[in-house]
Design a protein around this ligand. Structure first.
Ligand code: ACM
Length: 534
């Protein structure tokens, strides 16, 4: 009898779990919530719905939601300042209490006559509203039915990042905002803005106007595959003024996205040196790069260069309120340093045995400059070579080894290994895809990525802040192409950095994504249809 009851109980339970999974599969929620219990019935959002918040810290989020409903569905629920009128259907946002609150945590309860959102921080309310937005019928009008359910949700990692290279190709402020909005809709929260490189300096620096007057413009660009070495002679460029940057920073903050600006040094500095050649060791005049790849023109580790970079970083630090400034540090060719008597003197004075130690000397100096401004540096994993600067966080891109080494030295890490997180790679058969840099990183491969390496102890693993997708734009000539390369791989990465490891399930993700696609179509996002086999 006991055995029989057990079997019956298991059958009921598995039917329940089965139906929960089926229903979740039928909801276009990405990332999938940590817990989602379906109930029967719907709540209908219409002009008659009332919105009530019991805490003013959530007001901005409600303004965002109201604007979303108005611009996408022409629906304007009434925001009531006192408790909702009896017998009407309403959405209430409350301050919520959680055991061990995690930044971004929320509860979303949808009943047939009310929706209750609970969070202890504004970001939690924002994420609850993103889930609610994903539940709205894509083609609804006048009244929008959402299914009754109960969600408990919180992120796995605190760094859920996307990068965009605005140097190789320049993108409008409107597109940068669209990209940030796309990220935020998947609950991603760090935008790594690659603002300087050999082929263009894109941020206005008031102390050094030539950085943009000269450094933001190149005489032409490489066309076609790298191997062809062909160039056009069409002048190309652009930059963001400080006013535009402030506006984007404010916009991102409304979407709970922190911007990490990247100012490349000591390598990838050709555009800066075209403007101010005196900051290289040779001092030779040079031009903004037209060719993709890595250049030998690098900053010289001299006092006047550090003064220049200090001034630049002061302006950068005052524009971006986040903790981190990304200082690059990758792919530093040492040719000029090797030829420079000045560098040899520093090597000798400090007893350096190789040029990686000189690179480390450079980064340590910059780390100090940035720290004095109340910020921290993050750099590509080459900053480990020759010795890591104190307090530096590491972005592991050449694989996962840099991330492992940094975590073992008690430094914070963002994982972005090329094989999984470089969205400039091909995502389907190159013969059928637009020209890309190379590589092969399918949607499924992105989804298969596990950011915390097995080889770390529990304590070391705490240094893995999260993961990030990188969009290098050598072969992305316009914003449509960026959307094509970023989506839907961004959605796969967003799920990896949000959901608990044991909840990852590619088939289930793919089914949800196939439904979610309708929303992308509605928004006019030019995602890669090849990710869906067509
Ligand atoms: C990089 O891809 N050079 C960081």
């Amino acid at each position: 009898m006991i055995r029989y009851s057990f079997i019956l109980l298991s059958l009921i339970l598995s039917a329940f779990i089965g139906s929960t999974q089926t229903l979740q599969k039928n909801l276009a929620l990405i990332p999938i919530p940590v817990e989602c219990k379906m109930a029967s019935g719907n709540f209908t959002i219409s002009n008659a719905t009332q919105i009530f918040i019991s805490n003013p810290i959530f007001e901005k989020e409600i303004v965002y939601f109201q604007n979303y409903l108005k611009s996408n569905y022409q629906i304007s629920p009434l925001w009531v300042k006192k408790a909702p009128i009896k017998n009407s259907s309403y959405i209430e946002v409350r301050f919520g209490v959680f055991k061990d609150t995690i930044e971004g945590q929320y509860r979303l309860n949808i009943n047939s006559n009310k929706i209750i959102i609970e969070a202890s921080e504004a970001s939690g309310v924002f994420y609850a509203l993103q889930s609610l937005i994903q539940l709205l019928p894509v083609n609804g009008k006048v009244s929008l039915a959402v299914p009754c359910l109960a969600i408990e949700d919180f992120p796995r990692y605190k760094w859920r990042g996307m990068h965009l290279d605005c140097s190789r190709h320049f993108f409008s402020t409107a597109f940068v905002k669209k990209y940030i909005e796309m990220m935020a809709s998947y609950k991603m929260n760090v935008f790594h803005w690659h603002l300087t490189d050999d082929q263009g300096w894109r941020i206005e620096i008031k102390h050094y106007p030539m950085l943009t007057e000269v450094g933001a413009w190149r005489k032409g660009s490489m066309v076609g595959p790298y191997a062809d070495q062909k160039f056009d002679s069409i002048p190309y460029g652009g930059f963001y003024t400080q006013e535009e940057i402030k506006d984007i920073v404010e916009y991102a903050s409304m979407l709970h996205v922190t911007i990490v600006p990247e100012i490349e040094m000591p390598g990838h500095a050709l555009a800066a040196l075209a403007a101010y050649p005196e900051f290289s060791c040779s001092g030779n005049p040079c031009e903004v790069g037209m060719k993709w790849g890595v250049e030998t023109n690098v900053f010289c580790p001299a006092e006047h260069t550090f003064t220049f970079l200090d001034d630049v970083l002061s302006e950068v630090a005052s524009l971006f309120p986040g903790k981190y400034i990304h200082i690059g540090g990758d792919e530093v060719l040492k040719d000029e340093w090797e030829k420079s008597p000045f560098c040899q003197q520093i090597m000798q004075n400090n007893g350096f045995k190789n040029y990686n130690e000189l690179q480390s000397f450079f980064i340590k100096r910059i780390e100090y400059i940035v720290r004095i401004k109340g910020k921290s540096i993050i750099g590509w994993d080459e900053i480990l070579d020759g010795g890591l600067a104190p307090n530096a966080a590491v972005m592991s891109w050449r694989g996962i080894e840099g991330g492992i080494a940094a975590a073992k030295q008690n430094h914070d890490v963002v994982m972005t290994p090329g094989a999984f997180c470089y969205f400039d790679h091909y995502q389907a058969d190159p013969k059928t895809e637009p020209l890309a840099i190379g590589g092969f990183t399918t949607l499924e491969k992105v989804y298969s990525y596990e950011p915390t390496p097995d080889s770390l102890s529990v304590e070391e693993a705490k240094h893995i802040m999260g993961a990030q997708g990188n969009v290098w734009t050598e072969y992305m000539y316009n914003s449509d192409q960026v959307e094509y390369m970023a989506m839907p791989r961004m959605a796969a990465l967003a799920e990896i950095v949000w959901v608990p490891k044991e909840k990852k399930n590619y088939q289930n993700f793919y089914q949800r994504l196939s439904l979610h696609r309708k929303l992308l179509d509605r928004k006019g996002i030019k995602y890669a249809k090849s990710a869906f086999g067509k």
